[in-house]
Design a protein around this ligand. Structure first.
Ligand code: HEC
Ligand code: HEC
Length: 351
């Protein structure tokens, strides 16, 4: 059985992937120019975006091929839900950037959920989970939607009994967790291990970062500079995965208090939500915790002038003016963050 896609298998091995990245020679960066931008400043902006060379796995749940393969089965298996109709992938669908393409998804009994389904892409680097940060680890998170009445509505003891009754799962669990029972813990660990392998490939932007001047358009390069300066997106969407993993109120029209519910209603966390990463962002419309913005053009209009002034609004949200050409540049940059990821092979589930 070999379900693992080559690209992330090599990421895990580290060595192969690292070897594939040419070291960025100083003179290559120095030759890069964007009209009107100081080359040293440009270099600083570029250096903050260098991709990591290996996926981090926690000490408590180290990587193994067997765990990741089992986790992939569980992620795609509708038998994890009470109705046997919904899998994690029903909402976190690889075809829609690991989301569902809807403003808010539909759970058990076609129940409309209160929030937009976020992606599970690049979460190996995440430190805190959910729009409001109520979960500390992927292991813990995985057990939530299985049991939630509005999502998969499956009591864990019933799920464990169901999995134990399937010979193929008994074998897969035994291979992934020798000497351990099928349990909440092993289910969570397997799913989390698979999720950590869901990593975006190198995008045209990364090739530019590595020194290939032709990898992205001049427009996208200008957009990168706008992102880092006038539009100040980088204040929150920072680093190679474009997120600070922190919480901000960006002034969306919403009744949802977000992070405040987790933080004793502290006023500064009102309407604050976790900053999503921006890798492969064009695949994931509509946008925001409530799915209220239909496309990237609407997103930029929101940040430039469309936000609500209120006490909890982040200090980093300030109006700015972009010409039509500059807006196109910023969108071209955001588009350059999309990689061609290997097609995800849907696993044949055990019986
Ligand atoms: C019915 C749709 C639905 C199903 C099924 C579902 N999810 Fe989600 N998932 C969501 C929504 C909506 C959120 C955000 C909820 C919130 O933040 O309040 C979410 C959040 C997450 C997050 C947090 C992402 C982040 O950036 O913090 C992870 C990880 C995740 N789900 C994994 C899973 C796994 C694993 C399963 C299967 C065991 C699963 N989901 C099943 C809709 C779904
Ligand atoms: C003050 C921090 C901050 C700044 C500055 C900021 N963002 Fe965001 N961004 C966030 C947060 C937080 C969210 C989620 C908000 C929500 O859903 O309530 C978000 C959401 C997004 C989304 C939707 C992602 C998704 O998966 O739904 C996009 C796209 C985006 N931002 C792009 C940008 C761009 C482009 C800029 C610059 C013009 C920018 N952001 C500036 C914090 C910020």
């Amino acid at each position: 059985m070999n379900l693992l896609d080559i690209s992330w298998r090599s990421l895990i091995a580290g060595g192969v992937f690292a070897a594939a990245i040419p070291a960025v020679a100083a003179e290559q960066i120095a030759t890069r120019t964007v009209a009107g931008v100081d080359p040293a400043e440009l270099q600083k902006m570029i250096e903050l975006n260098v991709r990591p060379t290996a996926i981090p796995f926690p000490e408590e749940n180290p990587y193994s091929v067997e765990k990741a393969e089992l986790g992939k089965m569980l992620f795609f298996d509708p038998r994890l839900s009470g109705s046997n109709l919904l899998s994690c992938a029903s909402c976190h669908n690889p075809s829609f950037g690991w989301e569902d393409g809807q403003p808010t998804g539909a759970g058990h009994g076609m129940n409309r959920l209160g929030r937009h389904t976020p992606t599970v892409l690049n979460l190996a680097w995440g430190e805190i989970f959910m729009w409001d940060g109520r979960m500390d680890s992927l292991e813990e998170q995985a057990l939530g939607p299985i049991q939630a009445d509005v999502e998969m509505a499956q009591p864990l003891d019933e799920l464990i009994a169901e999995l134990q009754a399937i010979e193929g799962y008994r074998e897969l669990f035994a291979a992934a967790f020798p000497d351990q029972e099928i349990s909440e813990e092993t289910i969570g660990q397997a799913i989390a291990t698979y999720e950590r392998t869901i990593v975006s490939n190198r995008a045209p932007f990364d090739h530019w970062v590595d020194g290939d001047e032709t990898a992205i358009s001049e427009s996208a390069k200008r957009g990168f500079v706008i992102y880092n300066t006038k539009a100040n997106c980088v204040a929150c969407h920072s680093g190679w995965n474009m997120t600070d993993d922190s919480f901000h109120d960006i002034g969306l029209d919403t009744d949802d208090v977000g992070r405040a519910a987790e933080m004793n209603d502290m006023p500064e966390f009102k309407h604050a939500f976790k900053t999503p990463g921006l890798r492969n962002i064009v695949e994931r419309a509509p946008y925001m915790h409530n799915g209220s913005l239909a496309n990237l053009s609407e997103v930029i209009d929101h940040y430039a002038a469309g936000f609500a002034e209120r006490p909890s609004l982040s200090d980093d949200i300030k109006p700015f003016e972009l010409s039509a050409a500059e807006k196109d540049d910023l969108i071209a940059f955001l588009e350059s963050l999309s990689s061609e990821d290997d097609p995800v092979e849907i696993p044949v589930l055990p019986n």
